[in-house]
Design a binder for this molecule. Structure first.
Ligand code: FAD
Length: 463
C-alpha cells in the first residue's frame, strides 16, 4: 500500500479530523523537549479516540510498512517521542477519560491521554493518592509516564511509576489487544508483562489503558531545609538518613549554582549563607507527631554532619515557599541562557562525588552547570546552560552532557534515572548493559514487533 492509499484508509477508519497532514501541524508534533535529539518529518499525525482506531492505524501502517511513533504530550527529555522521516505520529491525547475510581479496592482505571495532575486531582476527591509526580505533572500524560517509567519528587518513599501499576491494555504490532496484569493486590500468574511494557518508550506497543494502585491520601507535609558549606557534608547527611532507616516523603538537593540562580530569580535570600555549597530539602507526610519525630531526626543528622543552618516547619504555606526554591531552578536558569538537563542516577552514598564531578566539567567546558536532584534516590539532574545562538557553546554543552554520564557510570550509577534512553542515549545504554543485555533487548523486540513497526531506532538499534 502506498502513502496516499494509507492516508485514505486511515481517514475512512478514524474520520478525516483524526488524520492530520498539514505541514505546520505535523511539524509541531515532530519533537519533544530535548534539544540534542534528532527528529524527522512525519507523513501524518493520527489522533485516535478509541481502541478500534488504534488497532486500525496499527494494521494499516503495518501493511504499508510505515513506522509508528506513539506520543503523549511531548514533554519528554530524551527524544523518545521524536518523529522519524515518513512515520505516523500516533498521538494519544484523545484517550482522556478516567474510566473508574474504586476506593474499596484502592485502584483506578485510566486512559493514557489523561494529564498526570488531572488524574491526581480526580482521585484526591475520593481521599486517594496517585504518587508518581514528575515535575512536568501539569502537562505530561499518564501514557508518557508509563512508557518512560517516570519518577519525580516522591520516589524516595513511594517508588516510580511501575510501583503503582497493576495492569495494562496494549495494542500489539499485529493489531491484537493484549491485557496484562490484574486488579488484585497480589498475583503472580505468568511472566510480568506489565513491567515489560512500562519504560519501553513506545517500542513494543501502544498503551490504551492502565489499572493503577492508589494509596490513602497522605497528611499535609512538614518541611526541613538545611544548608552545608561543603557538598561532602550534605552527601554524608543523605547517606546517614538512609542508613538510619528514615524514609522522608521527599529529599531534594540543590548545589551552589542552583541556589544562586533560585535566590536571584526569587530575589530572596534562602538563609543558607554566602558560602553555602548545598541545600537539602526534606519533607515528611506521615502527619502529626510522627512527622515531627522524622524531621527532628533528620535535622539532628544534618547538624551532626556539620550543617551551617537547619530549619523545620509544619506550616504548609511556609513549606511551599521553601520548596519553591527547588521548583523554580529550571526557570531561574533561563535568565542565563537555554538549559540542557541531564539525568543520571548514582548510589546515594556518591551524590557529593557526582556534584563535584559536575563542578569540574563546568570549569573544563566553561559553561554554568547547576545540579538539582532527588537526593533520596540518587537521581541527579545536572543542568547545563548555554547561549542559544552559539554553535560553539552548544558543542561544549553536548560534551558536558556526555562527560556527566561518564562520571555517573564511573560512580556505579546508571545513564538515566527517569527520562529514558530515547534517541540521545542509545550508545550509552549499550555501554551500560553490555552486548548480552542489548541482544536480549533485540530478542524481546523481535518477538513482539518483528517488523520493527514501533518507534524504530529509539532506545537501541536492531543491527
Ligand atoms: C520541565 C520538565 C520537567 C520534567 N520532570 C520530570 C520528572 O521529574 N520526572 C520524570 O520522570 N520526567 C520528567 N520530565 C520528562 C517527561 O515529562 C516525562 O518523561 C513524561 O513521562 C513524558 O510524558 P509525555 O506525555 O509528555 O510523553 P511523550 O514525551 O509524548 O512520550 C514519552 C515516551 O512515551 C511514549 N508514549 C507516550 N504515550 C504512549 C502510549 N500511550 N503508548 C506507548 N507509548 C507511549 C512515546 O513514544 C515516548 O517514547 C520532565 C520534562 C520537563 C520538560
Amino acid at each position: 500500500m502506498g502513502n496516499d492509499a494509507l492516508l485514505t484508509e486511515l481517514r475512512e477508519a478514524l474520520g478525516k479530523d483524526a488524520v492530520l497532514t498539514d505541514t505546520d501541524v505535523v511539524d509541531s508534533y515532530s519533537r519533544d523537549m530535548m534539544p540534542l535529539a534528532p527528529s524527522g518529518r512525519p507523513l501524518a499525525v493520527v489522533l485516535p479516540s478509541d481502541v478500534e482506531g488504534v488497532q486500525a492505524t496499527v494494521r494499516a501502517c503495518a501493511e504499508a510498512g510505515v513506522p509508528i511513533v506513539p506520543r503523549g504530550a511531548g514533554s519528554g527529555l530524551s527524544g523518545a517521542a521524536n518523529a522519524i522521516d515518513g512515520c505516523v505520529v500516533l498521538v494519544m491525547t484523545k484517550f482522556d477519560k478516567i474510566l473508574e475510581v474504586d476506593p474499596g479496592n484502592r485502584l483506578a482505571v485510566v486512559q493514557p491521554g489523561v494529564v498526570n495532575l488531572d488524574f491526581r486531582n480526580a482521585v484526591e476527591k475520593h481521599g486517594l493518592f496517585y504518587p508518581p509526580d514528575p515535575s512536568s505533572y501539569d502537562w505530561c500524560t499518564i501514557g508518557g509516564n508509563l512508557s518512560t517509567n517516570a519518577g519525580g519528587l516522591c520516589c524516595v518513599k513511594y517508588g516510580v511509576t511501575t510501583d503503582s501499576v497493576l495492569g495494562l491494555e496494549v495494542v500489539l504490532a499485529d493489531g491484537s489487544l493484549l491485557k496484562t496484569g490484574r486488579r488484585t493486590v497480589k498475583g503472580v500468574a505468568g511472566y510480568d508483562l506489565t513491567k515489560l511494557f512500562i519504560g519501553s518508550e513506545g517500542t513494543l506497543g501502544v498503551i490504551t489503558q492502565a489499572t493503577v494502585a492508589l494509596r490513602p491520601l497522605p497528611q499535609a507535609p512538614g518541611t526541613l531545609v538545611a544548608g552545608f558549606d561543603h557538598t561532602d557534608k550534605a552527601g554524608e547527611a543523605v547517606a546517614r538518613v538512609v542508613r538510619e532507616g528514615l524514609v522522608p516523603s521527599l529529599m531534594e538537593i540543590m548545589d551552589a549554582s542552583s541556589i544562586k540562580a533560585a535566590e536571584h530569580y526569587l530575589n530572596t535570600d534562602l538563609g543558607a549563607g554566602s558560602d553555602c555549597q548545598a541545600l537539602l530539602l526534606c519533607q515528611s507526610d506521615s502527619g502529626g507527631e510522627v512527622a515531627q519525630r522524622e524531621l527532628s531526626a533528620i535535622e539532628q543528622i544534618c547538624n551532626d554532619c556539620g550543617a551551617t543552618m537547619a530549619y523545620a516547619t509544619d506550616d504548609l504555606a511556609e513549606g511551599r515557599m521553601l520548596m519553591q526554591a527547588r521548583r523554580v531552578v529550571l526557570t531561574a536558569l533561563e535568565e542565563y541562557g537555554v538549559w540542557l538537563t541531564d539525568d543520571v542516577s548514582v548510589p546515594r552514598t556518591r551524590i557529593a562525588e557526582l556534584i563535584q564531578g559536575c563542578e569540574r566539567i563546568s570549569r573544563e567546558v566553561g559553561l554554568r552547570i547547576a545540579v538539582v536532584g532527588h537526593a533520596g534516590d540518587g537521581n541527579m539532574h545536572p543542568t547545563i546552560v548555554y547561549a542559544p545562538d552559539s554553535e560553539d557553546e552548544f558543542a561544549r554543552a553536548r560534551k558536558a552532557f556526555d562527560d556527566i554520564l561518564e562520571v555517573g557510570l564511573s560512580l556505579g550509577g546508571t545513564v538515566t534515572g527517569e527520562h529514558g534512553v530515547g534517541k540521545i542515549k542509545r550508545e550509552w545504554l549499550e555501554r551500560e548493559i553490555g552486548p548480552v543485555g542489548i541482544r536480549v533487548h533485540r530478542q524481546i523486540k523481535r518477538a513482539l514487533d518483528p517488523d520493527n513497526l514501533f518507534n524504530p531506532g529509539s532506545m537501541f538499534s536492531m543491527e
